[in-house]
Ligand binder design. Structure first.
Ligand code: IPE
Ligand code: IPE
Ligand code: MG
Length: 266
């Protein structure tokens, strides 16, 4: 199993042990999270919505650290959707600055802790400063051996599928591919998640029971855990509960018998 790691100097360097009751051999390899409920969290406290986003960053840092320590190989989180541009300009601006400030502040420890960070989505429309920093973060952690941390930013599942279709069409026109031979592997290799296994578990916070255009292709056989907890309140016991729920599932992938999915199988 990968060497567990600390994520930020804010946290003690000791590795968080895997809680009692969780089977270390049946952890999801890839965990995806729709981090929802920041605005409602703030509203409930009489704060402006954006304070919820700020608090959400702390929950994310904690979750990344725990995921890494508990042996999850990849964490993919939904930070900003292609639909989120429709929010008030002020909130969008705040989020863009927040992404930039947090990345600036955390990049050094992410590097130290061997996190391999990637940003999934159409990054072109992001502010120039943020784009540069994202590129630096991707380039400087590319060879890291720790957890894969994928931040979906201006991400939309439909957009991703359309872009993949465009690239496959271009490759066909160039004669590199025969259209009738295009298979699921070709398609998956054109997605932002190319090279990553599909998520085993999707967590959505704040009680919403929908996918909201997240990882439409990749979630085909993910187990889904929905919790009413608002994202800024999501902590160690919530992650543990989600993983216990996951470990109680019998994944059949369309067959009749449960399929074992452990680190040891792959
Ligand atoms: C999720 O929290 C974060 C983003 C979408 C950026 P929300 O901002 O959607 O919070 P609610 O759903 O309004 O409470
Ligand atoms: C999904 O949450 C997007 C992110 C968490 C970044 P939303 O709050 O945007 O989704 P809806 O509007 O409730 O479907
Ligand atoms: Mg929301």
């Amino acid at each position: 199993m990968r060497r567990p790691s600390a994520i930020s100097s804010d946290f003690a360097k000791e590795v968080n042990p895997i809680p009692e009751g969780l089977d270390p051999l049946r952890m999801p390899q890839h965990l995806a999270i729709i981090m929802d409920g920041n605005g409602r969290w703030a509203k409930a406290k009489g704060l402006p919505r954006v304070m919820g986003h700020r608090a959400g960053v702390e929950a994310l840092k904690k979750t990344l650290r725990l995921s890494s320590d508990w042996g999850i190989n990849a964490l993919t989180v939904y930070a900003f959707s292609t639909e989120n541009w429709s929010r008030p300009q002020e909130e969008v601006n705040f989020l863009m600055s927040l992404f930039q400030n947090v990345l600036q502040r955390e990049l050094k420890s992410l590097k130290l802790e061997q996190v391999k960070i990637n940003f999934l989505g159409d990054l072109e429309p992001l502010p120039a400063g943020l784009k540069e920093l994202i590129q630096e973060a991707i380039d400087s952690t590319r060879n890291n051996k720790g957890i894969h941390f994928n931040v979906c930013t201006n991400y939309g599942g439909r957009r991703e599928l359309v872009l993949a279709a465009q690239r496959l069409a271009e490759r066909s026109i160039k004669g590199e591919l025969s259209p009738t031979m295009i298979d699921e592997n070709d398609f998956a290799s054109e997605l932002f998640t190319a090279g990553e296994v599909d998520p085993d578990l999707l967590i959505r916070t704040s009680g919403e029971r929908r996918i909201s255009n997240f990882l439409l292709w990749q979630l085909a056989y993910a187990e889904i855990h929905i919790t009413d907890v608002l994202w800024p309140d999501f902590g160690v016991s919530d992650l543990k509960n989600a993983l216990l729920d996951y470990q109680s599932r019998r994944r059949r992938f369309g067959g009749l018998e449960p399929v074992k999915t452990t680190h040891l199988d792959t």
